[in-house]
Every structure is written in C-alpha cells, then in structure tokens.
Ligand binder design. Structure first.
Ligand code: SER
Length: 313
C-alpha cells in the first residue's frame, strides 16, 4: 500500500522531530508538513510544506486529495497554560481540529489517524502511578478538551471503524524546537538558561514531580503505535505512556553535573496549580503489553544529550 502522510501542526515541538523521523523512515516526499505559520526554512528544506489551518475542513480535505494522503498526524493544539488564558479558543481549536480529521477518516478519505492526548486528562482525584483506567476529573481547559477528544476517538472507532490511535504524552523534552504554552516547558527552558545565564528561575516549586519523557522516546512510541497491526491496538481512547518522573530540584541536580555553577531559584506562578492537579507517575503496562512499549532515556542521559546539542547549536 502506498503511504502518504500529512502532519498538521508540524512546526511545533513534537512536529519538528516527528517530521524528520517520518521522512527518514518513509521518504522525504511522502511526508507533507503543514502548519498555520509559514515555514522558517526548517521543514520545507527536505520535503513538501504547506500553510494549513487545522480549523479549516475544506483546506485539509484539499491537501488530503492533492497529495493522496493515507495517514494524518494531528498535532495542532493549544497547550495547558495558554488554554487557561483563552478557554473558548482552546476548546474550539482542540476539538474542531479533531472532528475535521476524524470526519475525513469516517468518510474514508484517509485510512489512519494519530492524535495525541496528554497526562492532562487526569486531575486532582486521580491516583498516583496512574493506571490505564482510572478516575479522570481534569481541572484544566486543556485537560477537559483532551479527555473529551479521547471519548470521541473511541466513539469514532466503535461506531464508524475509524482507525485512530493515541498516546497520553507526558511532558516532552527536546532541543530542536521550543515548546509553547505548556506547564512542563520549564524542563526544556532550564537547559537553555543554564547554558546562557548559568541560572534559572523555575515557575514550579522544587518538589513538583511530573511524568516526563525525552523526545526520541516519544517519537519512537508514536511510530510504533502507528505501525503496529490494527488488532494489537486494544485501547482506542488513548494509551498511558511512562518515561521518567522527576521534580525541578532533581533536573537541576542533573544539570549541575554538566554546568557545575548552575543556580536554580523558584517563583511558582499560576502553572503550579495545573501541575499539582496532574499525577506524578504513570503506569503504562497496557502499552507495554499491546505494542511492546519501553522507555529508554534516563534523566542523566537526557541532560547529557540536551546540553551537548544546545552547546553545538
Ligand atoms: N506538556 C503539556 C503541557 O504542559 C501536557 O500535555 O501542557
């Protein structure tokens, strides 16, 4: 079968790394990168790039037909911290973009959909070492939109046979592109500031432990779930995915091994409440069992990779 991939929201933190990996795997011209913002020269360099609004059904359909797209990765979304400032805009973007893609799949215009969920679907009443099936009472706009999205994914699979696959990403750490508007963004920013200024003011308190993951693991998980046989994917809402859990003090300590005089101070803001509502650790045994998931990168390894690559930049 000839595979043609469309990535919506390709210029963001996940999209940048995912586009290169998908192009390396399936061929540059098979992967169409799109984003609401014009390309800065990164994604259009080795393959097709188009400006595309995830809210515009006709525009997405046009790209799907022109490029004979089979698989869509929908990454456009407003993340947790920004969504608290613009609740209705976040809801509209996060939900309508999903409906656009699910409906294309329902009408058999595409074959397969990837849509990311998040640890934000959990809330203050969720137990730690969070099982796949558990109490889910998210208290953020972003979390509510992701939880509703999960329900719709499962609904489209059950009612219309839509082959949609999803992962609940933890906070993701990468060096190629900055994240934007998330609560876990401090764990990326810390590396940039450590190298630039030797110090960082963290917007979460030092004991705020959250589930996190290095981007290479997250991208590998994404390709693995998408390329697994259909029957292997038993969860059609979204899979728990665990990487590494750490708090700001622990990541600061790992940075200090590479940048000895690094200083960290703390000034928690509104994002503290968001972080406090999320679990500290995730049980991903279903993903391990169903499609062979296993995290590779430790906190120490991730810090070495981040510092080395940001220095080279
Ligand atoms: N990293 C995201 C955020 O902080 C969670 O999915 O919003």
């Amino acid at each position: 079968m000839k595979k043609r991939i469309l990535i919506i929201g390709a210029s963001g933190q996940i999209g940048t790394d995912l586009t290169s990996q998908l192009r390396a795997t399936f061929g540059n011209h098979k992967v169409i990168a799109t984003d609401i913002r014009d390309d800065d020269g990164t994604l259009g360099k080795d393959g097709p790039f188009e400006v595309l609004d995830a809210m515009d059904y006709e525009a997405i359909e046009d790209v799907v037909i022109r490029y004979e797209i089979t698989d869509v990765y929908l990454l456009a979304a407003m993340l947790s911290a920004t969504a608290e400032k613009f609740p209705m805009r976040a809801w509209n973007l996060n939900m309508n973009s999903l409906f656009n893609v699910l409906n294309l799949a329902k009408d058999k215009k595409i074959k397969k959909v990837f849509w990311p969920s998040s640890i934000a679907v959990f809330g203050p009443t969720t137990p730690n070492n969070t099982p796949q099936k558990t109490v889910m009472e998210p208290s953020t706009v972003y979390g509510i939109s992701k939880q509703a999205g999960e329900r719709w994914c499962e609904y489209y699979f059950n009612k219309y046979g839509v082959d949609v696959r999803s992962i609940r990403y933890p906070g993701l750490i990468s060096y190629k592109t900055l994240p934007g508007g998330g609560t876990t963004d401090y764990a990326v920013d810390i590396y940039h500031k450590a190298l630039k200024h030797g110090k960082y003011i963290c917007f979460l308190s030092k004991e705020t432990t959250l589930p996190m993951m290095y981007i290479d693991d997250a991208i590998r998980a994404t390709l693995t779930i998408m390329e697994s046989p259909k029957e292997a994917i038993k969860v059609r809402s979204s899979y728990n995915l665990a990487g590494i859990s750490f708090n700001p003090e622990e990541i600061a300590e790992s940075v200090r091994k590479q940048v000895p005089n690094f200083e960290m101070s703390y000034a928690p803001d509104f994002r503290q409440e968001i972080a406090d509502s999320w679990p500290q650790s995730i049980d991903d045994s279903e993903a391990q069992k169903d499609w062979g998931w296993k995290n590779n990168t430790s906190l120490e390894d991730m810090t070495s990779i981040m510092i080395k690559n940001l220095k080279d930049k």
